[in-house]
Design a protein around this ligand. Structure first.
Ligand SMILES: [Zn+2]
Length: 351
């Protein structure tokens, strides 16, 4: 943990500033990293541990379904990390595809929040794009992977915390949350929690699963996931995902990809099920495809959101410059600029 992260943090109990107390430090970088220690509230005395370089700021126990989902994703990112490094999944083109219309120059000088940073693949890119500071938050143990990947960036920070109770000041210029809100008990509530952290004219991007074009997934796959695959021992689910990957990967590489790239067959390709998504997936490595299969089978909780519902989140009473576009014909990416300023510090409160 870098000392300047403390400026952005507040006590979960009382909202007061925190003070860092270091017990073990790493001084091999141009700055000092606190590896072990604690954050102490100046007002109420509440303590938050800093462990393996990451402040652990969870507010209490989680509902069982949420905890199981969080643990599943924690396992996923720690297991698949080595398989997807330096592949399309960690590439800036992929990141920008999730947050369009935002471009790399948009990040310059901004204070940014990556809400649900997983293994930190987009956190690292946001730091590279020139953010003033970028803070990655995740509830799962994947924060250890995210910290390992980003500790060498002077402007990147990681904390372990819940989107529903973030110990952060409302000072963010830009928040992005990619593939996270649909796994909350109440996605809309999570979105509203995030928007309260935007500073004046801050903006937010989210990417979520679409209700549209996912009818058979919702009707057939979701029950199997909820009652079977999400309850399997992780190693068994990992093996099952590898097996399904062996079936799906050749189909993607040798059927979807060539049919889409030959002008004689592209019309036929457009009639294939999930063509946009599976053609997109042809850019992934085998490990990347397996990680996506695992990702679809591990969560207990998933909400598929309609465009109408998302438009309600980004109501024109609260946001300007709103864009909601389909990504791969199976998901929505939305962007908006908060257009309400309340007082000097907090913008985009619920109205
Ligand atoms: Zn306090």
């Amino acid at each position: 943990m870098k000392a300047k992260l403390v400026e952005f943090l507040t006590c979960l109990n009382c909202g007061s500033p925190l003070q860092s107390v270091a017990e073990k430090e790493d001084s091999t970088l141009p700055w000092t990293e606190v590896l072990e220690g604690r954050l102490v509230c100046q007002q109420c005395g509440q303590r938050y541990p800093i462990s393996r370089g990451v402040p652990r700021m969870m507010s209490g126990s989680l509902p069982e379904e949420v905890e199981k989902t969080v643990n599943g994703f924690g396992y996923e990112w720690q297991t698949f990390d080595k398989h997807i490094q330096d592949t399309y999944m960690t590439d800036k083109t992929n990141f920008l595809d999730f947050i369009a219309p935002v471009t790399p120059d948009f990040f310059a000088g901004k204070v940014v929040l990556d809400a649900g940073c997983g293994m930190g693949r987009f956190l690292k890119l946001a730091a590279d794009f020139g953010s003033q500071e970028v803070i990655g938050v995740d509830l799962s143990g994947s924060v250890d992977v995210a910290y390992r990947h980003t500790r060498h960036w002077p402007n990147a920070h990681v904390i372990q915390a819940d989107i529903m109770a973030l110990p952060l000041k409302p000072v963010f210029d830009y928040i992005f949350s990619i593939g996270v809100l649909q796994f909350l008990e109440n996605p809309r509530a999570g979105f509203d929690h995030l928007t309260r952290l935007l500073g004046g004219e801050g903006s937010i991007s989210v990417w979520v699963y679409a209700q549209e074009n996912n009818g058979w997934v919702i009707r057939l796959v979701s029950p199997v996931r909820k009652y079977v695959t999400s309850r399997l021992p992780r190693l068994l689910l990992y093996g099952l995902s590898q097996g399904l990957g062996l079936l799906l990967y050749p189909l993607i590489k040798w059927v979807y990809k060539p049919l889409n790239e030959n002008k004689l067959s592209v019309n036929l390709a457009h009639r294939l099920p999930y063509n946009d998504y599976l053609y997109y997936s042809s850019q992934l490595s085998y490990g990347g495809v397996v990680s996506i299969i695992f990702d679809h089978l591990v969560p207990r909780l998933v909400t598929y959101l309609s465009k109408e519902e998302l438009a309600g989140w980004f109501s024109l009473e609260r946001f300007s410059s709103v864009t909601i576009t389909s990504r791969n014909n199976m998901s929505w990416r939305a962007y908006g600029v908060c257009s309400i300023v309340v007082g000097a510090e907090t913008a985009c409160r619920d109205i």
